[in-house]
Design a protein around this ligand. Sequence first.
Ligand SMILES: [Zn+2]
Length: 496
Amino acid sequence: MITSGEHQHRSCYVNFAGHLLNSFSPNMLHPQLPNSWLHADWMSFIDMIKDFGFNVYEFWLVPRLFCRSGLDSDFGKRFTSQMQDIIDYAADQGMATKMFCSLATVGADWRTYCPNVTDEWDECLFLWDQWTKRLHRLGMIGIFPGDPGACSRNGCTPETFIDKAVEVSDIIKKNQPDAQIELNTWGNPFFGWGCIEGPDGWQGEFVQDYQHTAWTFSRPRADRAMTHLLKRLKHFPEYTAVAINLAFNPDADPKHGDGEQSAQSWAREIAKTNPILTWDFSLTEGENAIIPHYRFERLFSQRKREREAAPYQGGMCYTMTPMLNQLSLYQAAQSFIDPDADHREVTRRFYSKYFGYKERELLDILPLFEIVPDWGNGVKIDIAKSEYRRLMLRGSEIVREIKRDNANDNEAPFHPAPKTYLNDLMFFFDLFACLSDEQPDFAYCRQTYWNKVYEIYNDLPTHVDPRPTLATNNLIRVFDDSSNDSAKSPMPGRWI
Ligand SMILES: [Zn+2]
């Protein structure tokens, strides 16, 4: 628990939500489908992130679980039992587990209940009560406003989110007195509370076409919401942490919009009474551009900006690909511990420690994967396609050499086995080499990528969020000269 300025909270958030499923993430929601993790997998994952430098493992209690069928169904019961085993194992290793949940978004269809409708709000309180009774030994429990979710029906506003979070935190504290509360401000003041729109007759259903309305920024609204938050902070349990980024915009950039979206003064004000944490979501991955990421220049410069701006006590790093982007997780944990570190040196340390590879050549090639425009990635990679292809082929060759030279002698905890990681890295080098060929077979590349990454969706009904298909198309377009520039813009679903 963060009770003093000495303690730094370094959380690894694995997002296994239904719209972000993929082969590099645990499938916790569909027991009949592939990619489930056994308890041994989770143990080895927890050991690895602890070794990386994290002290918290974090998960989202997704809406599909936050409902009656989540409580009563076989899959809900299975989830509860598996998650309790994970929490217990982590606690035994000295790692806290944080569960967070949207205030009022309920069920697989992501409907948001209205706190101003008595029956709907009673149901939310019932679900909060049940879930915080079911899982034990949680170190932290977070309440966040939405995405998906948020209500603007019946007079709901960002202030409603805060007031109702106070009510929920009382329930949490009653059921789990040892757990710390985290209030997450996610999205410019409190996501779409008070501003999300819906079609005629809307009853809080998730409607993709209206999602963008939740992101509309207004400084007066932000000031009102934050003033209310400050006023009500004393009504939350002692030591309630507040997750607030440097700015109320997608990339947490306080300079964006002539500085009017800066959250720094609010963060400093909150820090006078409560711990503040960063939850900068796009620093590591963004959403759905599933590739081996390399965004570390920005990661470390943001950590330094945070240090200058306000007394942050750590924060969260996110992944939806814990079995592909271990390097990002390692860098993220290390960026909290030493914001002044040189990310190239951290990469070198990672490959040396976990794979016995001590050369520097790979360090120049890995950043080239970050060629897909995406939330959190504004880097332009400007080299000739033939040179790009040459470097991808060279990357593949290096990985093959690492595999040959360092088979089975790694004792540091790593999940999955280093060999699996190296095979996957090689897959991406080979795929990107194919894509940057003079005359690529895009249909083949597209199918190969889909089979490797998103095959699980072949056996599921179409999800309310179409991101996997869009992300796959987006990757192909980056390499397809016949597609126009507008098609190469970041995909829908990111913050806009
Ligand atoms: Zn409402």
